[in-house]
Design a protein around this ligand. Structure first.
Ligand code: ZN
Length: 222
C-alpha cells in the first residue's frame, strides 16, 4: 500500500548529495562574498535600500535580522524522527483523526516574505497513533524554511505517511501570502488552499469528502 516517496520530503537527501537541486548540498557555486560576515551583508543591503545603517535605530538591525532569519529557517536543521521522538503509540483506532487549525508561519522562497495561515492534518491509523502536539511540531519542521505552499503541503503529508504509516493521510493548507498582499497584485483577501492526500484519502472518495467537509467547515469552539 506504500506509495512512492517524495524525494525532497527531507532536506537530508540533499545533504547526502542524492538530489542536488536545493538545500545546502547543492553544487557550490562561486561565492565571492563567502567570507563576509552575514551582518555585514545586511548592512550593505541597508545602504543599497537608501538607508544609513549607522543611524541609531538601525545599529543593531543587521544582528537582529541575522538571528531572526536563522530562527525562521530552522526547519532545515530539524529532523522529523527527533521531533516525533517516542510519541508513537499502539492504538486500535480505525476512524479519522483530524488536527485542525494548526497555526503555520512560513516564508515564500521567491520573495522571502511570510506566508501564514492554518494547516489541517487528518489520518486514519493502522495500529499506530502519534501524540497530537507532535502533529503541530511536524508542521513547523517544514514551515520554518524557505518554501512554496504546494511543497509544504506535500512534505507534511509525506512525513505523516512515513512516521505513522497510517491507512491514509490528508493535509490542507490555507494561507495568505504577503508577497501577494503587500506588493505586485496587492490582492489583500485572496487565500490560497492546497491539499495533499495519500492512501485511502486518495483511493476512497467518501473518506476524502469527509476530510474536506470536517476541515473546511466553520466551527467556532464555544
Ligand atoms: Zn512570494
Amino acid at each position: 500500500m506504500k506509495e512512492e516517496r517524495v524525494s525532497d520530503s527531507d532536506s537530508g537527501a540533499a545533504e547526502e548529495g542524492v538530489v542536488a537541486v536545493e538545500g545546502p548540498g547543492a553544487a557550490e557555486p562561486r561565492r565571492p562574498l563567502a567570507d563576509v560576515p552575514f551582518e555585514e551583508l545586511i548592512r550593505e543591503m541597508l545602504w543599497r535600500l537608501g538607508e544609513d545603517p549607522g543611524r541609531e535605530g538601525l545599529l543593531k538591525t543587521p544582528e537582529r535580522v541575522a538571528k531572526s532569519l536563522e530562527w525562521l529557517t530552522r526547519g532545515h536543521r530539524l529532523d522529523v524522527a527527533r521531533v516525533v521522538g517516542d510519541a508513537i503509540f499502539k492504538e486500535d483506532h480505525h476512524n479519522m483523526i483530524l488536527v485542525r487549525d494548526i497555526e503555520m508561519y512560513s516564508m515564500c522562497e521567491h520573495h522571502m516574505l511570510p506566508f501564514f495561515g492554518k494547516v489541517h492534518v487528518a489520518y486514519i491509523p493502522n495500529g499506530r497513533i502519534v501524540g497530537l502536539s507532535k502533529v503541530a511540531r511536524l508542521v513547523d519542521v517544514f514551515a520554518r524554511r524557505l518554501q512554496v505552499q504546494e511543497r509544504l503541503t506535500e512534505q507534511i503529508a509525506q512525513a505523516v505517511w512515513d512516521v505513522i504509516q497510517p491507512q491514509g493521510v490528508g493535509v490542507i493548507v490555507e494561507a495568505f501570502h504577503l508577497c501577494m498582499m503587500m506588493r505586485g497584485v496587492e490582492k489583500q483577501n485572496s487565500k490560497t488552499l492546497t491539499s495533499a492526500v495519500r492512501g485511502t484519502f486518495r483511493s476512497d472518495a467518501r473518506t476524502r469528502e469527509e476530510f474536506l467537509r470536517l476541515s473546511l467547515a466553520n466551527v467556532s469552539p464555544a
